[in-house]
Each structure stands twice: as structure tokens, then as C-alpha cells.
Design a protein around this ligand. Structure first.
Ligand SMILES: [Zn+2]
Length: 275
């Protein structure tokens, strides 16, 4: 690795990071983000099960013991929480930004199968990934653009190359939770109109904020930022009732547009419409 990089590198920890507040709004009926899976009892109160008898079955290792109680429990996929707050993990947001930038920026590499999405027909239809662009040499650059560090890896990091940007978890600030059933499994979901807020930290270097805003689906037209709907979370490709979100950033319109326009001018990203 050492000596293979010819570009002058900017240290990862340069200067004081800029903090940009962002908000996500759920625009589909439901949003479920995976992480925690809990099994919860559903019918204990209404059962006339003889607990002493079942306990005795467990105690003597009776293989039929589980069958006595299985129907009292349901597989339940909870929304992630941290310290009691309902959250979308920062890593989920960062992953979404990375996917958009890798698909949009002509000279970036990408790792198609990182999440297994590369095989999903919905993913292929929307992003139309170019298999030739794929590279496992992404930290150093790749065949499309030899000798240059991929701009997405440069910003978001890769093995051996730290990230310039970090995303906080987004915390549910308004809206409500519900439960949706898919294939007899229950999923805790954030309902349409729910909002999550958090921030990202980035070093204030030309285009970096613009790149992140672009990766969050924010565009600019006639001096006004607007948000494209992007797909996030479970079932986004299979079920249009799931996984449609819009991001906004708490920055002045003019500044957002300056950042986004600078980014677009330099990288000529392909503007992918996901819905
Ligand atoms: Zn890359």
C-alpha cells in the first residue's frame, strides 16, 4: 500500500468540522430500517396454558415443551432504538449517500454486492450499475481512472482510508410508529409524515457539503433547493408502500445551491430518479 498513492493527501482530521443539520421525512406509507429483531410474547394474557406443567416439561428436557409455547410468540422486527430513542442509524444514512454517489459519479468505483442489493432486480433497474466499473482496488483508484483516488472513497472512506464525513443517528422527532405485516412477520414502522433529525460533520472543503447533499437527493433549480425521493430501508424495491424518504438540510438556500452547483460542475454526476 505504501508508496502506491501519488496524490497529496489531505489529513483526515484537518480543521474544525462543519456541522450540517438534516431532516428525513417519510413520504411512503411506511419506513422500516432493520437492525434489532426481538421476539415478543403476544398471547400470554389470554392463554389457559398450565405453566407448571410446561415448566416441568422443560425441566425434564421434553422435546415437545417448545411446541406448547411457540404459538404465544411472534417474530417482531423492532425499529432500531438507542437510549430509548427511535433512530435511523448514521451508518444507514451514510450507506445511502455512498450508494447514490457511487452510482452518480462517473469516475467512482463501487462495491456492488456489499449489502446483497446488487442482485435485486429493483436495484438493477433503478441504478443500472456498470459491472465494468467495479473494482476491489478502490482505495488506490481503478482502471477507469488509474492513479487517482476515487472521489467517493476519498470522501466517505474505504479500507485503509479514513472517512472525511460522519453521520449522526437520526432521531424520530415527530410522527408516529405503527406495525406492518409482511409475509406473516411483523415490522415496526415509522408512518408517513414521520420526521427524523440529525446531522453530518464534514470538513469545509470545496464540494464536500455539495456531495453529501447531492447524495441525500437534494438538487437545485433556479436558486432553490428541492428534494428528490430516495429509497431507504426494508422492502424498498419490492413494495412501493415502503422506503420512500426525502431529506432536507438546514442551510440557507443560496449556500445549498452554491455547494450543489460546484459539486455538479466538477463531477458531472448522473441524476438518477429512483421513483
Ligand atoms: Zn470508491
Amino acid at each position: 500500500m505504501q508508496g502506491s498513492r501519488t496524490l497529496a493527501r489531505t489529513p483526515r482530521d484537518e480543521g474544525t468540522p462543519t456541522r450540517v443539520e438534516i431532516t428525513l421525512e417519510v413520504v411512503s406509507d411506511y419506513l422500516h430500517v432493520g437492525q434489532g429483531k426481538a421476539t415478543i410474547p403476544t398471547g400470554i394474557e389470554s392463554t389457559n396454558l398450565d405453566f407448571n406443567k410446561v415448566l416441568a416439561m422443560f425441566n425434564r428436557g421434553d422435546p415437545l415443551a417448545y411446541s406448547q409455547i411457540d404459538n404465544l410468540f411472534a417474530d417482531y422486527n423492532a425499529f432500531p432504538r438507542d437510549s430509548g430513542k427511535v433512530i435511523i442509524p448514521g451508518s444507514t444514512v451514510k450507506g445511502a449517500v455512498r450508494t447514490r454517489l457511487e452510482m452518480s459519479i462517473p469516475n467512482s468505483c463501487y462495491i456492488v454486492d456489499r449489502t446483497g442489493n446488487g442482485k435485486s432486480p429493483g436495484y438493477v433497474k433503478i441504478f443500472n450499475p456498470d459491472q465494468n466499473k467495479r473494482s476491489d482496488n478502490y482505495a488506490k483508484g481503478h482502471s477507469v481512472n488509474p492513479g487517482k483516488v476515487c472521489p467517493v472513497c476519498d470522501l466517505l472512506g474505504s479500507p485503509g482510508l479514513g472517512s472525511r464525513v460522519s453521520f449522526s443517528d437520526l432521531v424520530l422527532t415527530s410522527g408516529r410508529l405503527g406495525v406492518a405485516e409482511i409475509d406473516k412477520m411483523e415490522y415496526e414502522v415509522a408512518m408517513k409524515g414521520s420526521r427524523f433529525s440529525g446531522f453530518f460533520l464534514v470538513n469545509l472543503k470545496k464540494n464536500e457539503i455539495g456531495a453529501i447533499l447531492y447524495g441525500l437527493g437534494i438538487r437545485c433549480e433556479a436558486g432553490k433547493p428541492f428534494s428528490r425521493t430516495i429509497l431507504l430501508g426494508r422492502f424498498k424495491f419490492e413494495n412501493p408502500q415502503f422506503g420512500r424518504v426525502k431529506f432536507t438540510a438546514n442551510l440557507k438556500d443560496q449556500e445549498q445551491c452554491n455547494q450543489i452547483n460546484d459539486f455538479v460542475k466538477e463531477y458531472r454526476p448522473k441524476d438518477i430518479r429512483e421513483v
